[in-house]
Design a binder for this molecule. Structure first.
Ligand SMILES: *Cc1c(COP(=O)(O)O)cnc(C)c1O
Length: 376
């Protein structure tokens, strides 16, 4: 059976975890967390990066730092993971869903402005499959209306837009290091902060509302409760695992891209015959092979294809059920405008096995099974 995902292991994880144990420092913000933060800052150009316990938590921090209050509206796509919306709902915010573009599955930047009201506070750009949203246009709209831009770059580590790393473009960026993502620490994430003025409060929110970070830097002589906050910092054991992976990010990225290109080349003839559709990468975007998906004609064909692939030992999976059609989405949010593509395109999309170390013979088996399905 060819799994859909296999969590990444590069080989140095155990060594680094042993180092963290030997250092007798396993809680948060030790040497490995600092190394990971520095790696992210260096590779993305963001002012500050803080490891968190998940991307979900990074997004919750962004919602707190953005000052989201009861009744504030946050514009986002409906085709995304629940955490994109939950982070704001927890603060009393109202997700306002707008339609996606069928080519990238990202929020349609031309539909954002019409959804803005006097209650709108922020726009969330979700970079689906590590392919960037149209950030120039989104930034321009946000600037004109005084809105905060938050990037859900859970899938976007090592990807960029016009040369700028995803997660570093908006006011806040959120990475995921869940085991299903390109780089992992089991469960974990990071918050990227563009504006240095937001850093101090971010450190406080992350450290239970205390100024402990300042205390460790020797800037205050005792630490105390100064603001509302929670516990968003991961253990050093997890950070050690992640640092091993970040150090080898180029190798992991190249390996994934190789599998991605293999699929793309081998499936292109089927796309040229109009039998299926392949991902589209706008020229402004450098992606990270987070995902390889194909689009079948419709829901029925996709269901048959999933079953067909499974019989041939290939695990292929669909993705998000649009949030606006979910019970909580209907309760907490609303869809602005028409759902022309969100539901239709989500029902056609199928993700093929993609992970670090996917063997070429396995990718070949996947491709052959897809060809066979289409009668070739
Ligand atoms: C994976 C993912 C998340 C959640 O990440 P966690 O680290 O598991 O909290 C949020 N948004 C998107 C788009 C994701 O793909």
């Amino acid at each position: 059976m060819i799994n859909f995902n296999v969590p990444p292991v590069v080989g140095t994880e155990e060594h680094y975890i042993a180092q963290a144990i030997a250092a007798r420092k396993i809680c948060g913000d030790g040497a490995f967390t600092k190394k990971c933060n520095a790696w992210i800052e260096e590779h993305t150009g963001t002012a500050k990066a803080l490891l968190t316990t998940s991307c979900t938590h990074a997004t919750e921090m962004a919602a707190i730092l953005a000052g989201i209050r009861e009744g504030d509206e946050i514009i986002m796509p409906s085709y995304t993971f629940v955490s994109t919306a939950n982070a704001f709902v927890l603060r009393g915010g109202v997700p306002v869903f707008v339609d996606i573009r069928p080519d990238t599955m990202n929020i349609d930047e031309e539909k954002i402005e019409d959804a803005i009201t006097e209650r709108t506070k922020a726009i969330v750009a979700v970079h689906y499959a590590g392919v960037a949203c149209e950030m120039d246009r989104i930034g321009e709209i946000a600037g004109r209306h005084g809105l905060i831009v938050i990037e859900d770059a859970a899938q976007g580590v090592m990807a960029s837009y016009k040369g700028q790393a995803l997660g570093s473009i908006g006011d806040f960026g959120c990475f995921s290091f869940h085991e299903t993502k390109n780089y992992s620490m089991g469960e974990g994430g990071a918050l990227l902060i563009r504006n240095p003025k937001d850093v101090e409060r971010a450190e406080i929110v992350r450290e239970k509302g205390t100024d402990r970070s300042k205390f460790f830097r020797g800037q205050v002589d005792k630490y105390t409760w100064v603001d509302a906050g929670s516990s968003y910092l991961p253990s050093e054991l997890n950070a050690a695992y992640l640092y091993a992976q970040l150090e080898q990010a180029e190798r992991v990225n190249e390996n994934r891209l190789k599998s991605w290109r293999f699929y793309e080349e081998r499936l292109r003839p089927l796309a040229e015959e109009g039998l299926l559709e392949l991902p589209y990468i706008p020229k402004e975007c450098t992606h990270n092979a987070h995902m390889f998906y194909i689009k079948a004609r419709d829901l029925k064909e996709r269901s048959r294809l999933i079953g067909f692939l499974k019989e041939r030992g290939v695990m292929a999976v669909f993705h998000y059920i649009p949030l606006h059609s979910a019970p909580a989405g209907r309760q907490f949010g609303r869809f602005h405008g028409d759902d022309i593509y969100t539901t239709k395109e989500s029902e056609r999309l199928l993700r093929l096995p993609m992970y670090y170390g996917l063997r070429e013979e396995d990718a070949k088996q996947v491709v052959n099974a897809v060809w066979e399905f289409y009668g070739k």
